[in-house]
Design a protein around this ligand. Structure first.
Ligand code: AMP
Length: 191
């Protein structure tokens, strides 16, 4: 069972690396951002409410994303493991994830953090905004707010997982394959 939290600021490359990891290790990709965007595309009540928050670069309420993760863990209960991408993002989410995984006897193997400088993050996000269709990637003020929210609310989770001896920081710049190599080496040593 391999449960990995892929951690890092917006634009750190979590989604790109998650897609490669699920293939290599046969895992299920759980991205709360993707799940929310799918609700937006379907124009559900949840999606309509979430879009307003996402387009300000703020976080949707903890209970919304925790409920989504709970349902997905149940849906894929026989999987080899999960890559958590963009979740947890707050301390209450991390505490809830611990409980959800403890109930299922499936602990976190590691939090792998992709470390990228702010200037590079902004460059990558503005670039992605040109063709991803993501409205939250198209305006500098929204991007800056997302990075601020990350620094204030999400970055402290590195300490939470360090205190549990689960945190590994990895250089998140270089080619996609080099970064993937670093992540895979880390997982292979731990599993
Ligand atoms: P992402 O695709 O991970 O960059 O997420 C895009 C946006 O969705 C974020 O800026 C938040 O508004 C929202 N979001 C995604 N995951 C979470 C989460 N775990 N908690 C709260 N909001 C989230």
């Amino acid at each position: 069972m391999i449960n990995i939290i892929l951690f890092g600021a917006p634009g750190a490359g979590k989604g790109t690396q998650a897609n490669k990891l699920i293939e290599k290790y046969q895992l299920v990709h759980l991205s709360t951002g993707d799940l929310l965007r799918s609700e937006i595309a379907k124009k559900t009540d949840l999606g309509i409410a979430a879009k307003k928050v996402i387009d300000r670069g703020e976080l949707v309420p903890d209970e919304v994303v925790i409920g989504m993760i709970d349902r997905k863990l149940e849906e894929h209960k026989n999987s080899n493991g999960f890559i958590f991408d963009g979740f947890p993002r707050t301390t209450p989410q991390a505490v809830a994830l611990d409980r959800l995984l403890a109930d299922r006897k499936k602990p976190i193997l590691a939090m792998i953090a992709l470390l990228v400088e702010e200037e590079e993050l902004i460059k990558r996000l503005l670039n992605r905004g040109k063709d991803s269709g993501r409205t939250d990637d198209q305006e500098l003020s929204i991007i800056e707010n997302r990075i601020k929210v990350y620094t204030n609310e999400t970055a402290p989770l590195a300490e939470y997982y360090t205190s549990k001896n689960k945190y590994v920081g990895i250089k998140g710049v270089g080619s996609i394959d080099d970064i993937f190599g670093r992540i895979s080496d880390t997982i292979d040593k731990l599993k």
